[in-house]
Unconditional design. Structure first.
Length: 291
């Protein structure tokens, strides 16, 4: 992916120089480095799982510990990783603004927050070990850039476009919020069983995968900045974080009723649908009989 030299977004907040410490997260009152956490545990939280669910706020669990927010400012100009994130974010802004405009609507761009360790959000305290996530309460995407090392070295999904896929998936959750899907799903959750909630979550996550594919389609059409193998890198990332693959890698039986994100094949399929067609309408996972 030839991203250098492209326009960067002004919607990146850098909180990495304060509040939340460096790289650990609290379990039972002590700090545990992210590298010591089981890969399956990390991967079970990544790629856009609703942070409200993760933090236990929907199920009446104890609130997450509060952390002091570090100062928010743009990232330094010489930070290559931050520049990459800012470049991808800018392109999502361009693509989704154009798509919404074609449908007679306007797109409100989200903020993307860079942090280390932990940071306050409108959904509770965000933790590095949760992986990247979107909070609909403040319409912000949160990323600890150390996750990209985890993606490459522990989850086996290298490549800058695999990282772009992560960002695009989280932006997909913001698009769902903009379309009113997030609010409708959250209204339903209290009336459903756990298995039904899981099934809805799968459709939410697969739709975000499809929306990431829609972005990739239009991005490539306009910029021609993808190299051979970039789409395969995204497909590989989707394969590595399918619920069935994660359960097998953790040495557990595959239990479909417990899925919250979809199987590897489903995640690859829906990203592929979005990338092939580039049509927002083709991402209606809620109407699909077969995922």
């Amino acid at each position: 992916m030839r991203w250098e030299g492209n326009e960067q977004s002004d919607n990146v907040e850098d909180r990495r120089d304060g509040g939340g410490g460096g790289g650990g997260f609290p379990i039972g009152g002590r700090s545990v480095g992210i590298g010591t956490v089981a890969v399956a545990l990390i991967a079970g939280w990544i790629f856009g799982i609703n942070p409200l669910t993760v933090l236990g706020l929907l199920s009446g669990g104890e609130p997450a510990p509060q952390v002091q927010q570090g100062p928010a400012h743009p990232p330094p100009a010489n930070d290559r990783e931050a520049a990459f994130v800012s470049t991808v974010l800018k392109n999502t802004e361009v693509v989704w603004s154009d798509i919404f405009r074609q449908h007679g609507d306007s797109y409100s761009t989200p903020k993307l927050v860079l942090f280390r360790g932990a940071t306050p959000t409108a959904c509770g305290t965000g933790q590095s070990a949760m992986g990247p996530f979107y909070c609909p309460g403040d319409k912000k995407v949160y990323i600890d850039l150390g996750f990209f090392d985890t993606l490459k070295n522990q989850l086996g999904a290298p490549g800058v476009f695999a990282q772009a896929y992560v960002i695009a998936h989280e932006i997909g959750h913001h698009v769902q919020d903009e379309l009113g899907i997030t609010g409708k799903v959250d209204q339903m959750r209290g009336r459903l069983t756990q298995a039904q909630n899981n099934a809805i979550s799968v459709r939410v996550e697969l739709q975000a995968d499809c929306l990431a594919g829609v972005w990739a389609h239009h991005s490539q059409q306009s910029k021609q900045w993808l190299d051979p193998g970039d789409i395969e890198a995204a497909m590989n990332a989707a394969q590595k974080i399918g619920d069935d693959a994660l359960q097998r890698s953790a040495g557990r039986a595959v239990v479909p009723d417990s899925f919250t994100h979809g199987t590897s094949a489903q995640r690859q399929r829906w990203f592929g649908i979005g990338y092939k067609t580039g049509n927002l309408q083709d991402c209606d996972t809620f109407a699909a009989k077969n995922l």
